[in-house]
Design a protein around this ligand. Structure first.
Ligand SMILES: O=C(O)c1cc(=O)[nH]c(=O)n1[C@@H]1O[C@H](COP(=O)(O)O)[C@@H](O)[C@H]1O
Length: 237
């Protein structure tokens, strides 16, 4: 199974804040996540800078549109040479297959295709919300497993879910299938927007392939030390 460093979510509003945050890490090469907040302000030029500093990149734009649009968008994103991208599994099997074709066709000859994963249920969603707002009348785990199966059958590399669901996915879906898990909180964190949360230790125990950590690092008093301590815990497998 591929092993990933903890992925730092660079949820910043501009390039300046992002680079000054990264400067604290000196020579350390990181796996970073660029999401909508940052990418919509900085676009491909920031991606180039991150690559030139040696960082690996998860470009988290969560595409969800008709298959043709997602195909064309992915074909363009493949040219950025990032390591991982994502879609929403709720877009359906045809959309996910179109995303994969776009990526395959857009990847430069001789280069590796970015990994493609699909969001199952956002980690900010509770079972109650899923039932009342999405009108999905199964358990949260059933819904996540259903989306994970659809993702696997569509040929993608893995899913985004909470580490709480990693085991059930492993039990029902063949390997290798990546479980990228945000919703990571440290003891003492005072952040309450995510609903399905676990600590890095617990995520490791539960079989997560990669943890995504944002504010617990970016808003900490000493981001470098917080990151290194999470990394040490994560790597003590
Ligand atoms: O796709 C994601 O990365 C994602 C999916 C999900 O279900 N939940 C989730 O929190 N994320 C992202 O993971 C990061 C979590 O940030 P923190 O809550 O600050 O650790 C954010 O950048 C979210 O956009």
């Amino acid at each position: 199974m591929k092993s990933f460093k903890p992925i730092i979510a660079l949820d910043f509003p501009n390039e300046q804040e992002t680079l000054s945050f990264l400067n604290q890490f000196r020579e350390e090469t990181l796996y970073v996540k660029v999401g909508m907040e940052l990418y919509y302000q900085t676009g491909p030029s920031l991606i180039e800078q991150l690559k030139s500093r040696g960082h690996q990149i998860f470009l988290d734009l969560k595409l969800h549109d008709i298959p043709n649009t997602v195909y064309s968008a992915m074909k363009g994103l493949a040219k950025l040479g990032v390591d991982m991208v994502n879609v929403h599994a709720a877009g359906g099997a045809n959309m996910m297959k179109a995303a994969l074709s776009g990526l395959e066709e857009g990847t430069e000859h001789g280069k590796e295709r970015p990994l493609l994963i699909a969001v199952t249920q956002l980690t900010s969603t509770s079972e109650e919300q899923m039932k009342t707002e999405q009108l999905i009348n199964t358990s949260l785990n059933e819904s996540i497993l259903h989306y994970a199966r659809l993702t696997f059958d569509s040929g993608l590399d893995g899913v985004v879910c909470s580490a709480l669901e990693a085991k059930i996915i492993d039990q029902h879906i063949g390997y290798p299938f990546i479980k990228v898990t945000p919703g990571i909180r440290l003891h003492g964190d005072n952040l309450h927007d995510q609903k399905r949360v676990v600590t890095p230790e617990k995520a490791r125990e539960l079989g997560s392939s990669a943890i995504v950590v944002g504010r617990s690092i970016t808003k900490s008093d000493n981001p470098y030390e917080t990151y290194m301590s999470i990394k040490n815990t994560w790597e003590a497998k």
